[in-house]
Design a protein around this ligand. Sequence first.
Ligand code: PAF
Length: 289
Amino acid sequence: MSTWYLLGAGNMGLLAAYYLLQAGFPVTLLRRDTASPLRRRLTFADGRPSYDLILPVLSPAALTEPPRHLIVACKAPYSATALGQVPLTADTQVLRLQNGLGSLDGLLPEGVLPIEVVTTSAVKQDGPEQHQVVAENETWMGGGDAAPDWFEQLSAHWPNLSWPTDFQHRQWHKLVANAVINPLTALHDVPNGRLLEDRELQRQAAELCREADQLFTALDPTWPGDSLPRVMAVASATAGNTSSMRADVRKGARTEIDAINGYLLRRAAAQGLSLPAHERIVAAMTSET
Ligand code: PAF
């Protein structure tokens, strides 16, 4: 069975590696530091026994042939650096497990379209080498015509994983949630639930949703255009959480603003549309970091 190579051992990369191992697929982490295997303890909020995840590591420069399967789970702004040394061919199957959209555009060989992964599952780091699987919600894959041959085996071990026919709408719903919740909570340094309590944040959320709906309706007239209640439902379900962008700002890391709101602005520009609220929030985030 061919090895799955992983770029990015953050919360989501580790979760994917865990399910792949459960399904019997070998997983190797690609990173420069190959001194020792990666060891992480996964704990589960539902009380399941913890799991000690051990991944062999390999330097990308040591790959003797292009990987057959590659998971890109690093944060979007680090994609070019992470992919830099990995040899890829038109036969490499790339799974993109990142927030935002378009972060691999121009980085893959001609004709290679990544399989996109959108998840509403939640994992948080709760120690230097320990991560807690907080919720195993729905995960959707798509981006190709049909599910690949390994999908059935993987979905038997990855809870609530599906290959839906309306994948693009699901991906756009997640993108809008990220485009509203992430920068607003990052700029105001508040948990997600503050969007439900603060009038000014609600006004800005409504504006951001309206503009996103305008763009997606222009791209696809069947877009439901109901982003605001959906985004507020996500903010409510994750009320106590720190968004990933707020966490990035707090640790001084690069944020995913370009792959999220920046992506919306690029798609809008190609349609001749302007999205002033998204422009303002990108500018505010850019001066913040
Ligand atoms: O990026 C995140 O933090 C999450 O995807 C979500 C739910 C949109 C905000 O916390």
